[in-house]
Design a protein around this ligand. Structure first.
Ligand SMILES: [Mg+2]
Length: 357
């Protein structure tokens, strides 16, 4: 067991230019600005972890994530990776608000631990599935571009397309009609990112119905704290309603279950960390709430970890893990093999299976 002790911890900032700018409520991101941790065990095994902070979502940025990781360095050195739950619990009591940094540490611990066991992470998590099919997001672009992009994606084999809504109802509907025209056989999921009031959300769904559009999921229609508002939306539609920003912790998941405000919970490792995500998944499952998995602006490292998570647990109804980076620009290689739109898990790769290029 001595061999499972952490000998060395190193931390690194990574900035990578995005192929396509990523627009969020406070502005546009042109770069991935993440933080990485690498731990090395006495047995020589390395574990990698990534923090993908985004202020409006998890309240962190690259500087705070790096500062947190540096602050944890001494605490981690000498600990056994097999004690990942106790390490995670300790860190949560201190750095409760720094979830992406904690997620990076959990990722590195689990990567190193499962590598030491010579087991792929998804097997360690239960080995439910070997194949994970993702959707792809059609950006907020003019209808002709959306039509063309949707047709290209359908041609590549995507069967589920996601798009953001909630800024302008008629523009949203025009874009959705264009997506359907371009990819008539694809399912469509919508993400409002808290953009509607409860009555607006219901009105929007009515307008979709007039246009014979039926999404497979309506994610986060209203502001994250408004569980009653989300319940109002759910009570006025048969379209499944998803909670994303509403659920960061297992306590949030309890509130969703108690209020009956959502049909689906979107798990993102960067919202809850990996250990707490296991609790959220268990709670959703017990309450007949479907599972979704999503991601932030992540490199192949964190994205591969999410693929292992979903494949290990199994039963995710919605997979939103489309890569943001061209493989050539990615600082990590390896991991589950990806051919649009499917990730295939390999039994030959221990841990998360990625390597630093
Ligand atoms: Mg979302």
């Amino acid at each position: 067991m001595e061999s499972l002790k952490i000998k060395k911890v190193s931390i690194e900032a990574v900035n990578i230019k995005l192929e396509a700018p990523f627009t969020i409520a406070i502005g546009t991101k042109y770069n991935i600005e993440n933080a990485f941790i690498r731990i090395e065990l006495e047995n020589g095994v390395e574990g990698f972890g990534e923090a993908a902070p985004l202020e409006p979502i998890n309240g962190e940025n690259q500087a705070t994530a790096l500062a947190t990781l540096h602050a944890c360095k001494d605490f981690l050195t000498g600990k056994r990776v097999s004690d990942y739950r106790s390490i995670s619990r300790h860190l949560k009591t201190v750095f409760w608000a720094q979830v992406t940094a904690r997620c990076a540490i959990e990722m590195a611990l689990l990567d190193a631990f499962t590598k030491s066991l010579d087991l792929p992470l998804y097997k360690f998590l239960g080995g439910s599935e070997k194949r994970i099919e993702t959707d792809y997001t059609v950006d907020i672009v003019p209808p002709p571009v959306a039509r063309k992009n949707a047709a290209i994606l359908a041609g590549k084999g995507y069967r589920m397309l996601k798009t953001k809504v909630g800024k302008n109802i008629s523009e949203d509907i025009d874009r959705l009609l264009a997506i359907r025209e371009g990819a008539p056989d694809c399912g469509i999921t919508l993400d409002a990112n808290q953009g509607f009031s409860p009555p607006e959300a219901v009105h929007f769904l009515e307008e979709l119905e007039v246009n014979k559009l039926r999404p497979l999921l309506f994610e986060q229609p209203v502001v994250k704290y408004d569980l009653a508002g989300m319940k109002f939306v759910k009570d006025h539609t048969s379209v499944p309603v998803g909670a994303d920003e509403t659920v960061f912790t297992s306590a949030d998941a309890v509130n969703v279950v108690r209020s009956g405000c959502a049909d689906v919970i979107n798990i993102k490792l960067m919202k809850s960390g990996i250990i707490e995500a296991l609790d959220i998944a268990a709670m959703a499952r017990s309450a007949n709430i479907n599972l979704m998995i999503g991601c932030m602006l992540e490199t192949r490292l964190a994205l591969s970890c999410a693929v292992h998570f979903a494949a290990g647990l199994g039963g995710f109804s919605f997979i939103d893990l489309d890569p943001h980076l061209n493989p050539d620009d990615d600082p990590f290689g390896g991991g589950p093999a990806f051919t649009d739109p499917v990730y295939v898990l390999s039994d030959d790769q221990a841990g998360i299976g990625v390597f630093r290029k």
